[in-house]
Write a protein that binds this ligand. Structure first.
Ligand code: SF4
Ligand code: SF4
Ligand code: SF4
Length: 840
């Protein structure tokens, strides 16, 4: 090495320039040359420094710069390890060569010798150390300022990965991975609630810049000047400068103030920006090169952005990713259960199906809210059933008037102890007991047994008239269930135990078929043993249904029998769909204000809510979509602390063409009830047919009964078959949905059947009551309608039923009459047959 050259170099270096010529010459004499190739590790971590290194040519990279934890490029003139040598510490910053490099090494031993010999050398190194400490302290305070500026916007980590295995989920994961591998700006767009910000975080934390900061900025909150983002001329740096080589998420870019669009588009296009000055951007303000990656989040893509951002990720809405729903729900469940340290719950298949049938306008965010609410509401259950999921509000609240607001006295009454407790335990229980006893011990025919008259000539017509007005109201005061509840309470008092949970899956699948079978047997029993004229058998019928309610209540909690198995309940639920009233709750209030769900779970008194055991049918008023699931017991109204429960006046039967879920077993029951009209008139059919059906013989009677039920049920089926044949290319609405069009006509036919009993025999209650106790009541007043009036009313009812059925079928189908005419013709045929049998 040429000593003169070395001395000249040392004289030009600030660290050595102040030393005397002699010291410079001594240092130059001790220097050795070292050469490096690119990527060569010059000094390993934690090793003792080999000596003082002076970079003469080439570039080096120090993996972490002092204090800031960043890489630093070292250029010629850099002096390495002087601090370590002075402080006698190992190397803390590994250094590699970026290019071919030449270094001069002053070995440690020689340096120690020179320092001992020339104190001025030690002084020069100490002043260098003092300057470095000052520099470091400046850098640290700068770093503190930077952290403070970034803190409100920092995103510490991604919340979760992409859940699910659908092709959409796979695609999304792949797009995120590809975006993470590059360093380009990205546009992520999709509907609200899809956790697009989380995807942006996944891109950042999957990229090489993962150790750099990630910040998220809400575009609608940005200052109109943009100073927050770009900084000010001769003022504080902006977020873009502070974030360095990190990532900036611009959330909801569609809400960016208009004034900022040009500068943001320019930033995206040129990757440069100007700090905000006193005036408009001008050439005098220096351009700054942006080093951060920008990720834009938007609800929609935008042609302006498409021009400047090449990497775009479209996030599909949840409704097209139904295959991932189960995995998403499982994930949220485990997340919530872990946070609450509670046992993990499962979700029933029905609940999952309900979720899958919903479109989730609020996407993942809405789903997370639903799951959380369901977990809050489930009580001690370890399974989330469909009742605890409230989705699909949609059309539910349209065209409704809350009668409880219109008539405050009605609210007071329905919340009073009278409804239904006092009525049930003070009146119904005793009346029912008396009816059962009178049926057993009294005269056995209808004209002489008060209780038989009451059952067939009063109860049946009244309950049928009630369906279009008050739905399943009978079930609120039904004696069968009152005895069931009484037995339940008594047995729990005598034998304290936990009643069984409902086997919901099985009950949902088979319950309606069970009650259909029971109803068919009751029809045949009624016809073959002439129950309306055989008092003790009518009593057995009542006791049989009561027995079912009692057994159901002894085994299962709440009113399992009423929800799934009772044949009368099945009929009530079916006709209740036609009602012009409904009980529902305000989903908004429930979702926003309620955390106790007293209506469903029950619980102690709270606010204006009374102490109750919760809905006996395990229905939640906020998610009711079908009148069949509510017995109008008003437990929820009494329990609710937030006045959320409403008793609405609504267009009759509206659920049938809006929120209704059709069921096969219900259709079977509907056809059975249709056949029942004709079954009750077998002798008339025999007369009208002109043949002898031998109905006096049990076997022929039984056969005729079954045949009538089957043949009548075939009429609607055949009519639909023809509809399908003539218009199958136009895809008529499925039978399962369209069959409900028969509901008004079936109701009308049944009512028309009972009208002569109600308006005729029913009015003879007083003489019949006298006859029951052995008196001749011939002189007691009666109130009966003329047979012509009754026939007229029967005709009106049938025509009314036909008219409503025709209209309802069109409404359900939402298809032209030309397509539906065979179905409508079937309705006409059934109505004509009812007329023919009942009025001839
Ligand atoms: S479902 Fe049956 S047992 Fe239950 S309340 Fe109604 S009619 Fe009575
Ligand atoms: S009805 Fe009342 S108790 Fe039930 S969830 Fe709504 S606000 Fe809560
Ligand atoms: S929803 Fe309310 S009124 Fe209907 S059954 Fe349940 S508690 Fe009774």
């Amino acid at each position: 090495m040429d000593r003169d050259i070395a001395v000249a170099w040392l004289q030009s270096h600030p660290l050595f320039a102040g030393l005397s010529r002699e010291v410079q010459a001594e240092v130059a004499a001790a220097i050795e040359s070292v050469f490096c190739v690119p990527n060569q590790l010059i000094t390993p971590l934690n090793a003792a420094p080999p000596g003082l290194l002076l970079l003469i040519n080439g570039e080096l990279e120090s993996q972490t710069s002092p204090g800031l934890g960043q890489t630093e490029i070292l250029f010629p003139g850099a002096v390495l390890f002087w601090a370590e040598l002075l402080l006698k510490q190992p190397i803390t910053t590994p250094i590699t060569a970026l290019t071919d490099a030449e270094l001069w090494l002053l070995p440690s031993e020689k340096l120690t010798e020179l320092i001992a010999q020339y104190p001025e050398l030690s002084q020069a190194l100490s002043s260098q150390l003092a300057a470095a400490v000052t520099n470091l302290s400046n850098q640290l305070s700068l770093e503190q300022e930077r952290q403070q500026a970034l803190r409100p916007y920092l995103v510490p980590q991604a919340k979760r990965g992409i859940i699910g295995k659908s092709r959409y989920a796979v695609q999304l994961r792949q797009s995120i991975k590809t975006a993470a591998q590059g360093n380009e700006n990205v546009l992520i767009f999709g509907e609200p609630g899809l956790e697009k910000d989380n995807m942006a975080a996944l891109i950042h934390f999957g990229s090489a810049q993962r150790r750099q900061p990630l910040i998220q900025i809400a575009c609608n909150k940005l200052q109109l000047s943009g100073a927050e983002l770009f900084g000010r001329v001769s003022g504080k740096p902006g977020l873009l400068a502070w974030v360095g080589t990190g990532t900036v998420i611009l959330n909801n870019i569609q809400e960016l103030p208009k004034s900022l669009w040009p500068v943001i588009l320019n930033l995206l296009e040129t990757n440069t920006y100007q700090p905000v000055g006193q005036t408009e951007p001008s050439d005098e303000i220096p351009l700054i090169r942006n080093t951060a990656r920008i990720i834009l989040i938007s609800e929609k893509t935008d042609p302006r952005l498409e021009k400047v951002v090449k990497t775009r990720i479209k996030v599909p809405p949840l409704r097209v990713r139904k295959a991932d729903l189960e995995a998403q729900v499982d994930y949220y469940i485990s997340l919530i259960c872990r946070a609450r340290r509670c046992q993990r719950v499962t979700i029933s298949p029905e609940a999952l199906r309900r979720l899958q049938s919903y479109d989730f306008p609020g996407n993942l965010q809405e789903l997370a809210g639903l799951v959380e609410r369901a977990i809050n509401q489930r009580g001690s259950e370890n399974e989330l059933t469909e009742e605890v999921f409230w989705a699909a509000a949609g059309k539910k609240s349209r065209f409704r008037v809350n009668l409880l607001n219109t008539y405050p006295w009605l609210r007071r009454f329905l919340r009073s102890p009278w409804w239904p407790t006092r009525i049930n335990y003070g009146i119904t229980t005793w009346v029912f007991a008396a009816v059962v006893i009178i049926l057993f011990i009294g005269p056995q025919t209808r004209e002489a047994n008060f209780a038989l008259n009451l059952f067939w000539c009063w109860w049946w017509p009244l309950v049928l008239v009630g369906f279009p007005f008050v739905g399943r109201l009978w079930c609120a005061v039904c004696p069968f269930m009152i005895y069931g509840e009484l037995t339940q309470k008594l047995s729990l008092w005598l034998f304290p135990r936990s009643l069984q949970k409902w086997p919901r899956q099985t009950a949902e699948k088979y319950g309606a078929w069970f009650l259909f079978g029971l109803f068919a047997l009751i029809f045949l029993w009624e016809e073959l043993w002439d129950l309306p004229n055989t008092a003790y058998l009518s009593s057995w019928l009542l006791l049989l249904i009561t027995g079912g309610a009692v057994i159901g209540s002894l085994l299962f909690e709440r009113r399992f029998w009423c929800r799934y198995l009772c044949p009368i309940g099945g009929m009530n639920g079916l006709f209740a769909k036609l009602s012009l009233t409904e009980l529902r709750a305000e989903q908004g209030t429930c979702g926003a204000e309620c955390s106790t769900y007293q209506c469903y779970k029950g619980g102690p008194a709270l606010g204006e809510g009374q102490e109750t055991n919760g809905c006996p049918l395990y229905s939640h008023p906020a998610q009711l979509v079908d009148n069949r699931d509510c017995v109008l017991c008003m437990t929820c109204l009494q329990a609710c602390p937030h006045r959320s429960v409403a008793l609405n006046l609504r267009p009759p039967g509206i659920e049938l063409w809006t929120t209704h879920t059709p069921r096969h077993a219900e259709i079977a029951l509907l056809l059975l009830l249709l056949g029942g009209i004709f079954l009750h008139h077998l002798p008339d059919l025999e007369r009208l047919s002109g043949f002898d059906w031998h109905l006096e013989q049990f076997g022929w009677h039984g056969l005729a009964s079954v045949l009538v039920l089957v043949v009548v049920a075939l009429i609607p089926l055949l009519a639909y078959g023809v509809t399908w044949l003539v218009a199958r290319t136009l895809k008529p609405r499925p039978w399962l949905e369209l069959a409900y069009g028969y509901l008004p006509l079936v109701w009308a036919g049944n009512l028309a059947h009972y009208l002569p009993w109600g308006l005729g025999e029913g009015g003879k209650l007083l003489p019949v009551a006298a006859a029951t106790i052995g008196f001749n009541g011939g002189s007691l007043p009666i109130l009966v309608a003329h047979p012509a009036v009754i026939a007229f009313l029967q005709g009106v009812v049938i025509l009314f039923g036909l008219g409503v059925s025709l209209w309802l079928s069109q409404r359900i189908a939402r298809q032209s009459f030309k397509l539906l005419w065979p179905h409508q013709f079937g309705l006409g045929l059934v109505a004509g047959a009812c007329w023919w049998v009942l009025l001839n």
